[in-house]
Design a protein around this ligand. Structure first.
Ligand SMILES: [Zn+2]
Length: 140
């Protein structure tokens, strides 16, 4: 297993080779050196992806240009919406409490692009279209 594969081993369920025909998820290598943080960020991005695209079942995951494996929907069950907080009658008490709740990680938004050469769907949480990891051509 490569070093990068070790970092993300809990993020994916299947070997990279299992994903050759699948839609792809492309993410940048996080800049933090912490392997735990890198894995947590990758998992959060995949969660955002599966939440946004309910029909997506399996996706090949790439960090930079490296295939790290295949993520399965079963490992990313839909996140339940937060229950509405009780609204105090005066509208002031309790505001801002949510910011300190544990486990609320940074939120990501997933986008879908299509490779013009192989027609794969290529997903990312970055704010610009990624290269297709198989064809190395820009998606749109
Ligand atoms: Zn392609």
């Amino acid at each position: 297993m490569t070093d990068i594969g070790r970092v993300y081993r809990h993020v994916v369920s299947e070997e990279p080779s299992a994903g050759v025909h699948l839609a792809c998820m492309v993410m940048d290598e996080p800049s933090t050196p912490s392997t735990t943080q890198r894995a947590v960020m990758a998992a959060a991005r995949l969660q955002a992806l599966f939440d946004r695209y309910p029909d997506l079942e399996r996706v090949a995951v790439f960090v930079g240009e490296t295939a790290i494996g295949v993520a399965l929907r079963a490992d990313y069950p839909a996140t339940t919406p937060e229950p509405p907080s009780p609204t105090p009658s005066d509208g002031r008490v309790g505001q801002g409490d949510r910011a300190v709740l544990p486990g609320r990680s940074q939120r990501y938004e997933a986008f879908r692009y299509t490779c013009p050469r192989c027609s794969r769907a290529v997903y990312t949480t970055a704010d610009q279209a990624p290269l297709c990891p198989h064809c190395q051509v820009p998606t749109s």
